[in-house]
Every structure is written in C-alpha cells, then in structure tokens.
Design a binder for this molecule. Structure first.
Ligand code: ZN
Length: 300
C-alpha cells in the first residue's frame, strides 16, 4: 500500500468540501487557488461551480496550476416521468461528458438518479424497478457517446438511504453487474487498457457497511475502479445528506478499505468529499483544507 504519511501527493479535494464556508458560496477559482497554495494536485469540481466560473476559464486556471481532475461531478439522474424527460436527461449527460473532456477529468461520476421528482418531494412514480431499468438504458446510451470522445463513466453506488431520491444503484455489486452487462470486455475509453470505459466511483461513505465490500472491490479490479472518495461516518449522523465526518472522526476503517482498493490495483487519488453543514462548512476553507491534508496523512 502507498505511504501517505510523508506527503499528500495523492490527495484530491472534492470541491463540495469547501464551497459553502460560513454561509457564503466560495467561487471555484478561489477554491482552486487555495488548493494550489497547499500543493494539492487534484480536485473534483461540480458542474454548477464550473458553469458559474466559466468552462474555458476553469480549464485555463487548472492548466496554469498543473492541476488534475480526479473526477467531474456529476452526470446521471436518468429516470424521468416521460419520453421527453428521458431525452432531456441524455442530452444533459452528453453535455456533462463534453465538459469533463474539456477539463481532462479522469472520469465523469454518475449519480444515476432514482424516482423522478423525488428530490423535490413529489415522485412522478414509485416503481423502483422501472427507475432501475431507465438507469441502465440511460447509461447504455451515454456510454456510446462517452466511448467516442474517450471519457470513462464511473457509476457511484449510493447508500440505500438515498434509493428514493438520488440513486437506485445502492451496492458495489449492483454497479458492477451493470458494468459487466454494458461493457463486458472492460475495454478502455481512452486507449488506456488499464481503465474500462465504464467503471465505479467507490465512496466509502456509501459502501463501508457492505458485507461484500472486500469481495466486490477485488472483482472490480483496477480496470473498473475509477475513483476513490473518502470521508467518515459520524456517530450520530444528524442528517442523511450533509453530515459526513472528517476522516478519523467516525467509524469507517479507511486504511483497511484503501488497502483492498490498492490490492485490486487502484493507484489514483484519494478524493476527500465531505458535505458537512453542521461542522466543516461552519469553518473557513483554509482550516478545512489544512485538516484534510493532516488527516489524509494520518488516517487515510
Ligand atoms: Zn462520492
């Protein structure tokens, strides 16, 4: 396993971690500068942040800092109430793939969606099997385009507590079953045979509890492990979405999971992704980033 204790060359920051500090939205350009000042070599930004900052301006700023994208957040949300909605989702995913390509991201992360409308409190239907089938169709259609432009797609299985509103793919096994069905040969999207066109983003917050985790990480292998997200599971968890813990402040055995991931061949960034309305978003971005660096070295 790689030694993270001496430096933080393999640390990436998901920009959601430091975007809402002390009640104010921090512009993406400022976050990129704060990361660059600390020798952080990679980030994973969100589409709305990039749209606000400008796609080309963001690409230029990243190049100027020599900074990489461990992923791009996010595509997905494929299910819809009707045919027009399904088409609109595919169009939007195509745009996300193009943006990811412009930013030279390692992958486009897919939060696949679930019951359409549920995020706003009123689902248009409650048939989860239908949502799952629309997700598979949506990934299949997007994969065709992603292959053409050479952008790997990373399905992020989400904790089952988010099965209604955010993602109806809820285990690593389920995600890998879909990868194997749609991309059976795990052929590369970028001409890089080590990476499949379709793989997974493994976020410890969503999968740490899974009794099949070690086995399914081994099954994924380096071809399908496209991203690795870290944070911690707080006791108690006070909010299902935005009460993630800083690494070391919860019960997730981070080193053990990283060992499994690296034994499978993953050699990319360890991306810190912390939604924390009650704690880390109350602090400054500087304090949060400095703590991410310290914990990356000590507990990841
Ligand atoms: Zn994640």
């Amino acid at each position: 396993m790689r030694d993270f204790t001496q430096d933080h060359r393999w640390l990436s920051i998901n920009t959601a971690t430091v975007r809402k500090q002390q009640g104010a939205e921090v512009p993406l350009a400022r976050i990129i500068d704060q990361c660059a000042e600390r020798g952080i070599r990679a980030i994973s930004p969100w589409r709305d942040q990039v749209a606000a900052a400008g796609l080309d301006a963001t690409a230029r700023q990243l190049r100027a800092h020599g900074m990489e994208l461990s992923g791009y957040c996010r595509g997905g949300f494929f299910p819809a109430a009707d045919a027009a909605g399904l088409r609109a989702a595919l169009d939007d995913n195509r745009r996300a793939i193009d943006e990811a390509k412009t930013l030279n991201a390692a992958c486009l992360v897919l939060v696949v969606g679930a019951l359409p409308g549920a995020l706003d409190g009123t689902p248009h239907y409650t048939d989860l099997a239908r949502a799952r089938s629309e997700v598979v169709d949506g990934i299949a259609a997007s994969l065709e385009y992603a292959r053409q432009v050479g952008m790997p797609l990373a399905i992020e299985p989400l904790h089952p507590m988010q099965a209604a509103d955010r993602a109806c793919i809820n285990t690593l096994e389920h995600a890998l079953d879909i990868c194997d069905a749609l991309d059976p040969l795990a052929t590369g999207a970028t001409g890089d045979a080590r990476q499949a066109a379709l793989g997974v983003a493994l976020d410890v917050y969503h999968v740490w509890w899974d009794p099949k985790l070690q086995q399914q990480i081994a099954r994924a292998g380096k071809e399908r492990l496209l991203a690795f997200h870290v944070c911690d599971w707080r006791l108690p968890t006070r909010d299902l979405l935005s009460d993630r813990g800083m690494m070391g402040d919860g019960v997730i055995e981070l080193k053990k999971i990283r060992q499994w991931v690296e034994a499978a061949g993953f050699a990319g960034y360890s991306e810190v992704e912390i939604f924390s309305a009650l704690d880390w978003w109350q602090r400054t971005g500087e304090e949060t980033l400095d703590t991410c660096i310290e914990r990356h070295r000590s507990v990841v």
